[in-house]
Structures are given as structure tokens and as C-alpha cells.
Write a protein that binds this ligand. Structure first.
Ligand SMILES: Cc1cc2nc3c(=O)[nH]c(=O)nc-3n(C[C@H](O)[C@H](O)[C@H](O)COP(=O)(O)O)c2cc1C
Length: 259
């Protein structure tokens, strides 16, 4: 039984889940969802396929949606999905189920894993103590998830008929990632190292005259801001007084797109 785990990750939370899961499943590999990998258009060979991704504004990242819509899958493959989130899963798993249903594919199992929140546009970072609790919990949860996947278990995701439309509405009304690029700026601490450009999964940042310049393909993931070694990247005024977060056991090189 071979398993392919496709992941989208900015701070490393989802990558950690994908890696931990892969370690527990025999004959499995992890594949990044990123601009350079959008050309992957078929996977009818894997026996099991998983998608691991973060929740953004109660829904799923645009790149993950586009990737799955573009991916040819077999009806006989066991498909599972894991959403990592900072506390509110919203309509993410519901949206995933619908995207697959439209392709005539049944989602076999859905899970959510709580991780430190990466939305520093809205919230402050969580304390180190809280992070450690979440990391411990993640390992335990992934262990349970792995055993369900090994057994080919069906884990039905039940749509909340009342809340789901509300979350979908909030997602549609508030999630405008492509328009975000113009709101990033760097303060005087920027040394022009270019790491932000390298870690962007959407290849949306170019270095111009030694400084980053954001285009209009932002995914809203905040990898640029979270990994900036100088903490010099800001989004409007929203992030000036906020901390920065990335998973301590993930190296930035693991997130940089490989061609
Ligand atoms: C723009 C943005 C919006 C987010 N919205 C939500 C949300 O609606 N609900 C939630 O629980 N977490 C939300 N989060 C937190 C992330 O889903 C969570 O921290 C996730 O584990 C990040 O994974 P990654 O670092 O692998 O991308 C948001 C994060 C960002 C950057």
C-alpha cells in the first residue's frame, strides 16, 4: 500500500503533521503543494492519498483548492484530509468534501489538528507553554489518525447544517488573498536577504533593488512575515505589535519550493 501526502504549509505546522504521519505509514511520501508543483495533474497510482493544509478564514487555501480541482484521481483511491487550525475549523473540511464530490470522488476520512495559530493579522502568538501542549497533542493525534488510515477506516465528516453556510459566507466575504500583496511593507530592519521571496509558496515576491516586492498572487499564508529573520515584514499596521511564529522543529529549507 503506497500513500502520497500532499501538503500546503507556511509556518511548518501542516508540514509537521504530514511528516509525522508519513513516518508512521509504510511506503509513503510527502509532496508540497506550491506554485512549482501546480503542474502535477494526475495521481491514479497511489493507493491512498492525503491532503494536509491550514484553515484560512474558516475555509481552505486557494492554492489547495486549485491543486485538487486540477488533480486527476481514481475513484478507487482512499482519500483522506487533515486540516490544521488555530482553533476554528469553520467550513474547511466541508469545502474539501464538496470539491472532491464535484469530481465524483468520495472523501473517506477527515481530521482536524489544533496547532499554534499563525494568523498574526488578527491574533497575538500563543505562549511557548501553550505551543508545547499543542505539539504534544499533535503527536498523539497523528498517531491515532495514522492507525485509522492504516486500517482504511471511514471517518465521516458531518456537516453542521446551521453553521456551515455561515462559515462559507464569512470565507467568501473576508478571504481576498490575491489583493493582500499591496499591503505588505518592510521596516528599517530589512537587510534584503531575500528569504521571504524564497519561502513564498506562491512565488509572489521578487527582490527589487535589494528589497522585497509583492505581486498579486498572495495566498495569505504569511510565510514571508513569519520566517523573516529580521522580523521586518509588516502587513498594514496590523502586525506591528504582534509576535512571529514558525514551527520550531521545521527548518525553513524544508518549506522552500524545490523545482
Ligand atoms: C490568514 C490566516 C487565516 C487563518 N484563519 C484561521 C481560521 O479561520 N481558523 C483557524 O482555526 N485558524 C486559522 N488560521 C491559523 C492556521 O490555520 C493554523 O495556524 C495552521 O496550523 C497554519 O498552518 P501552516 O503553518 O502549516 O500553514 C489562519 C491563519 C492565517 C495565516
Amino acid at each position: 500500500m503506497n500513500t502520497t501526502i500532499y501538503y500546503f504549509s507556511a509556518t511548518g505546522n501542516s508540514l509537521m503533521v504530514a511528516k509525522d504521519l508519513s513516518e508512521q505509514l509504510t511506503d509513503s511520501k510527502i509532496v508540497q503543494i506550491s506554485k512549482k508543483n501546480m503542474s502535477i495533474s494526475k495521481d491514479t497510482k497511489s493507493d491512498k492519498i492525503g491532503f494536509v493544509f491550514p484553515v484560512y478564514n474558516f475555509g481552505i487555501p486557494v492554492m489547495v483548492k486549485n491543486f485538487i480541482e486540477n488533480l486527476q484521481l481514481s475513484k478507487h483511491t482512499y482519500i483522506f484530509t487533515i486540516a490544521t487550525c488555530g482553533g476554528m475549523i469553520g467550513a474547511a473540511l466541508d469545502q474539501m468534501k464538496k470539491i472532491l464530490n464535484k469530481k465524483g470522488i468520495k472523501l473517506a476520512a477527515s481530521f482536524s489538528v489544533f496547532m499554534p495559530g499563525s494568523d498574526q493579522l488578527m491574533f497575538q502568538t500563543v505562549s511557548e507553554e501553550e505551543q508545547n501542549k499543542l505539539f504534544k497533542n499533535e503527536k498523539e493525534q497523528v498517531y491515532t489518525i495514522a492507525s485509522a488510515i492504516k486500517n482504511g477506516q471511514y471517518v465521516e465528516y458531518k456537516t453542521n447544517a446551521i453553521m456551515s453556510p455561515v462559515y462559507n459566507l464569512l470565507y467568501t466575504a473576508t478571504f481576498r488573498p490575491k489583493a493582500m500583496g499591496k499591503n505588505f511593507w518592510t521596516d528599517e530592519k530589512c537587510i534584503g536577504c531575500g528569504l521571504c521571496s524564497k519561502v513564498c509558496p506562491a512565488s509572489n515576491i521578487v527582490m527589487y533593488e535589494g528589497k522585497p516586492k509583492w505581486d498579486n498572487q498572495c495566498e495569505s499564508c504569511l510565510a514571508c512575515m513569519q520566517w523573516c529573520p529580521q522580523k521586518s515584514i509588516q502587513y498594514k499596521k496590523a502586525t506591528v505589535k504582534k509576535g512571529r511564529y514558525h514551527h520550531p522543529d521545521i527548518k525553513v529549507n524544508d518549506l522552500i519550493q524545490k523545482s
